[in-house]
Design a protein around this ligand. Structure first.
Ligand code: TUI
Length: 307
């Protein structure tokens, strides 16, 4: 399947992996890239020396294009923006902010720039700033989210832009990919499906939560802090949601409880105080598989339907 995204990124399939903080490290990124998609290493809040090492390991594991996701609220965002240039990374996606100030330097260095956007307005700003493509991310996604759904957001972003659009949020099989293409997307970004991959290094408890999740097992917390976040509905997530709803947790108390909660989920599998970020499609993810199988099943399903 050739689209402007496969052409832009030099990959076999128009599938990019979500830049999941703490989750997306070199083994997952290289597995996705070796399977014909574009794997990503997530910067998150990680130290620069750690990320340099991750990028170098990924280069050893794949000769295919891979990228780095920069979480723009991270204190390391400026240093990571420079690191991707210094390391010759081919693709950058960004989240949780406006990457406009970095785009000229990335373009100069030949880095393909793909901001993740939750709205048409930001998508248009990114096109004007020189982005090569955007990821239009619906509220079905895991982690930090906007309010609009994939079904509503993607066609509106497609109509508003000339550059190609990658759809994200709620896509985990060939049907989802085909649907995104019918909305005008030329690629998909997939996160949650790759949580349940063999190459993903998250704690076994996290994988089990994804595998066992039903359709109603995700919850959005933190709207009142300005950082709404979709998680698996664990006891801890319910406590946060109730504290927010009943006013028994102030926004400051809420923020304090969530400091370090992503690490506690991914590394420790801590159900008492970890935040297991996950998309609403987890209910449909029922089996751990190698990334190559996940990608080939999605592609064969989508191609069959699109024909
Ligand atoms: O960024 C994500 N997903 C994420 S980031 C993350 S880590 C985090 N930790 C604490 C607070 C916030 C994040 C976990 N999941 N997806 C892409 C995305 N970007 N979703 C929403 C946005 C976004 C939101 C507001 C992008 C830009 C924006 O405003 C830009 C501006 O300045 O106008």
């Amino acid at each position: 399947m050739k689209t402007r995204i496969t052409e832009l990124l030099g990959c076999q399939y128009p599938i990019i992996q979500g830049g999941m903080a703490w989750v997306a490290e070199h083994t997952l990124a290289s597995a996705v890239s070796n399977a014909g998609g574009v794997g990503l290493i997530a910067g998150g809040n990680a130290p620069i020396d750690f990320l340099r090492d991750q990028i170098r390991r990924c280069k050893e594991e794949t000769d295919k294009p891979f990228g780095v996701n920069i979480m723009l609220m991270s204190p390391n965002a400026d240093d990571l923006a420079q690191l991707v240039i210094d390391e010759g990374v081919k693709v950058v996606t960004t989240g949780a902010g406006n990457p406009g100030k970095f785009i000229p330097a990335w373009k100069e260095a030949g880095v393909k720039v793909i901001p993740v956007v939750p709205s048409v307005a930001l998508a248009m700003r990114m096109e004007r700033a020189g982005a090569d493509a955007v990821v239009a991310e619906g509220t079905e996604s895991g982690g930090h989210i906007g309010e609009n759904t994939t079904m509503c957001l993607v066609p509106q972003v497609v109509d508003a832009l000339e550059i190609p659009v990658i759809a994200a949020g709620g896509i985990a099989d060939g049907r989802g990919m085909a649907a995104a293409f019918m909305l005008g997307a030329e690629g998909v970004q997939i996160g949650t499906r790759f949580l349940a991959s063999e190459e993903c290094q998250i704690h076994p408890t996290f994988k089990e939560l994804v595998i066992k999740a039903k359709d109603t097992d995700s919850v959005v917390t933190g709207r009142y802090t300005g950082h709404p976040c979709r998680n698996v509905k664990t006891k801890f997530a319910k406590k946060l949601a109730e504290g927010e709803k009943n006013g028994t947790l102030t926004p400051d108390e809420f923020e304090n409880l969530t400091v370090g909660a992503l690490r506690r989920a991914v590394v420790d599998g801590d159900l008492e105080s970890g935040s297991f970020l996950c998309g609403a499609i987890a209910g449909m993810v029922n089996e751990v598989k190698p990334c190559a199988d996940i990608i080939s099943e999605i592609m064969s399903g989508a191609e069959r339907l699109l024909k």
